[in-house]
Design a protein around this ligand. Structure first.
Ligand SMILES: *[C@@H]1O[C@H](CO)[C@@H](O)[C@H](O)[C@H]1NC(C)=O
Ligand SMILES: *[C@@H]1O[C@H](CO)[C@@H](O)[C@H](O)[C@H]1NC(C)=O
Ligand SMILES: *[C@@H]1O[C@H](CO)[C@@H](O)[C@H](O)[C@H]1NC(C)=O
Ligand SMILES: *[C@@H]1O[C@H](CO)[C@@H](O)[C@H](O)[C@H]1NC(C)=O
Ligand SMILES: *[C@@H]1O[C@H](CO)[C@@H](O)[C@H](O)[C@H]1NC(C)=O
Ligand SMILES: *[C@@H]1O[C@H](CO)[C@@H](O)[C@H](O)[C@H]1NC(C)=O
Length: 408
């Protein structure tokens, strides 16, 4: 799905220089923002606005992108975290969705925005899945220079196009590791290219095979995101109407809900419903909790009274969901991609960066990227987090390691 652009900073004041010691850590002064001199109405300041303390410019906030809301965030980022811009193109939103790390070849795969003009995709043309070499991107860090937008610029990593022969990768919107391969959720395109689950070879020639493209003969709406439940090996995925609201898929034929697919038996089962726009999905490292992001605020219209909420479920060993509960409500736009770290903290792409919550749902901090909006991210090795930000791709180096989903 498409995350809004940002339109307002609470107060634009003179540029505040990055921390003199070169640290990229910013202690967010929560207490100082609890009572503000004036609070604009929702027509002026809302979910699409960037909230910063009144004396902090957007540029300054970006140049010190590790925003600490709770002391425990220091354990996650370590003493010397770094965020480096490793690719950018102001005219192409190549970095939006479906990031997957392939450990054996040290490669990252991800897809351009499906449905947005800058994604060069939609009804007439699919988005592209890209591959990059993580070694090449990592070589940029440590030698970055701060530009006047507040980005630490490393360079432009080489992007390699993954082939879409036979229209098997049409508007890819979610990805995961699966049985040593990559599994992608495609939203489809138009009436005749249905939404599907595709398995892609992570090594050259990067060929793909469709493994599911219907629910008992009915087209899915537009599959969005995916997670593998390790105890059963089943593919859990969300289906939602963004292809329709973004004008490249027909009217919905199914509710917005979560399914699981047993590839061995071929059976698709319902897991959970009752969402507005179910989006990102992931499991805790012990597979006993599932998280689901609901981006209901963003449909064809935007309505801030709809969910921008992450839900948690207890997961039984057989993969059934129970005890649905609210986990977190994000303070900027909506939660899209979600993943846990090895300690069970939950990270969410929330528009202005990646927010990090502990298992209690407490916001510990944020890796702040500001506009044009970070909806998705993935670990690309120990302590390396790739943050997809539409026309920009960042590499964050932190202390925490991801849940090792790349082993799936
Ligand atoms: C949200 O705020 C922006 C200005 O920052 C404004 O253009 C937009 O109309 C507002 N949205 C709503 C629903 O009021
Ligand atoms: C797709 O192609 C049709 C026919 O050429 C054209 O009318 C339409 O504007 C195009 N849509 C988009 C979103 O580019
Ligand atoms: C670091 O940047 C400088 C200046 O752009 C360049 O000359 C040098 O080769 C770079 N070093 C590395 C290791 O990339
Ligand atoms: C990367 O490429 C983009 C678009 O081609 C360009 O705008 C940008 O300046 C380049 N960045 C660097 C560091 O060369
Ligand atoms: C890729 O092609 C090889 C050789 O034909 C085949 O064995 C393999 O199953 C294919 N993989 C996928 C994911 O389509
Ligand atoms: C998936 O299907 C296989 C083959 O029918 C079966 O052995 C296995 O038990 C199924 N898994 C679950 C979790 O039902």
């Amino acid at each position: 799905m498409k995350v809004t652009s940002f339109s307002l900073v609470l107060a634009v004041l003179p540029y505040v220089v990055a921390a003199q010691d070169g640290s990229q850590i910013y202690e967010f002064p929560l207490k100082a923002t609890n009572v503000l001199p004036s609070i604009p109405p929702p027509s002026v300041f809302n979910y699409s606005s960037t909230f910063l303390p009144p004396d902090v410019s957007l540029t300054a906030a970006k140049s010190t992108p590790f925003h600490v809301y709770h002391p425990d965030f220091h354990k996650i980022i370590g003493p010397n975290p770094r965020l480096t811009l490793v690719w950018s193109n102001p005219e192409y939103a190549a970095a939006h969705e479906a990031p997957v790390y392939h450990q054996p070849s040290n490669a990252l795969f991800f897809a351009a925005n499906a449905g947005a003009p800058l994604g060069r995709s939609g009804l007439n043309q699919s988005n592209v899945v890209w591959r990059l070499d993580i070694g090449e991107a990592a070589a940029f860090t440590g030698n970055a220079t701060l530009n006047d937008e507040g980005d630490w610029v490393g360079g432009n990593v080489t992007l390699q196009e993954v082939p879409n022969e036979g229209n098997v990768l049409e508007n890819v919107n979610g990805g995961a590791n699966y049985r040593g391969q990559l599994v992608f959720m495609t939203e489809g395109r138009g009436d005749d290219l249905p939404s599907s689950i595709t398995v892609t070879n992570p090594e050259s020639p990067y060929n793909s095979t469709v493994i599911l493209n219907n629910f008992f003969g009915r087209q899915f709406n537009s599959l969005n995101d995916v997670a593998i439940h390790r105890p059963t090996g089943e593919i859990f995925f969300t289906d939602v109407t963004y292809g329709f609201t973004q004008d490249f898929r027909p009217s919905p034929g199914l509710p917005n809900q979560i399914y699981r697919f047993n590839e061995s038996s071929g059976l698709v089962s319902l897991v959970a419903d009752g969402f507005s726009m179910p989006n990102g999905i992931c499991f805790s490292p012990d597979d006993q909790t599932a998280y689901v992001a609901d981006t209901g605020l963003v449909m064809k219209d935007r309505d801030p009274t709809r969910p921008a909420t992450i839900y948690a479920f207890d997961v039984a060993p057989d993969g059934t969901f129970g005890n649905r509960r609210t986990f977190a409500f994000v303070n900027s736009v909506v939660p899209d991609g979600i993943h846990t770290d090895s300690e069970g903290n939950l990270y969410a792409g929330v528009g202005d960066g990646v927010a990090v919550y502990n298992p209690r749902g407490t916001l510990l901090g944020k890796i702040f990227t500001g506009p044009p909006g970070s909806a998705n991210f993935i670990w690309g090795g120990d302590g390396r987090l790739f943050v997809l930000s539409e026309t920009k791709l960042y590499l964050a180096e932190i202390a925490a390691n991801g849940d090792d989903v790349w082993r799936n």
